[in-house]
Design a protein around this ligand. Structure first.
Ligand SMILES: [Zn+2]
Ligand SMILES: [Zn+2]
Length: 120
């Protein structure tokens, strides 16, 4: 296997510092060892619906380079913010009413500002 490079910063990945983005499927730096120095070019968090780890690279998290992880909400959080059921929210998203992103594992992600605009 050729040496893989990070899709975010283009530097080589190391065995203790790599992850695969659920959204774009590319590899990025994610330090798996708190006792070793490493860089993070993305995030990992627990999806409470599926109790599975979700991975996302910086490129997908910050398409505009000004976004912030707090501005990305999953379906449950998004539905609570807008004040409708998650089925309604997903239906509205699929109908094109809300800009969203569906991860490889089928999780819907929303931007806070899109939801705020939708709920007005
Ligand atoms: Zn990197
Ligand atoms: Zn990605």
């Amino acid at each position: 296997m050729p040496e893989a490079a990070c899709s975010v910063c283009s530097e080589p990945l190391t065995p203790t510092c790599e992850a695969v983005c659920d959204s774009c499927g590319k590899q990025y730096h994610l330090n798996q060892r708190s006792d070793l120095p490493g860089k993070d070019c993305g995030q990992v968090w627990i999806n409470e619906d599926h109790l599975a780890l979700e991975f996302a690279c910086e490129t997908c998290l910050n398409p505009s380079a000004e976004g912030h992880l707090d501005d990305i909400l999953d379906g449950t959080e998004a539905a609570a913010l807008v004040g409708i059921g998650i089925e309604q929210l997903v239906a509205a998203a699929e109908a094109g009413g809300i800009k969203h992103r569906k991860t490889g594992s089928g999780v819907y992600l929303f931007e806070r500002r899109e939801l705020v605009a939708f709920s007005r």
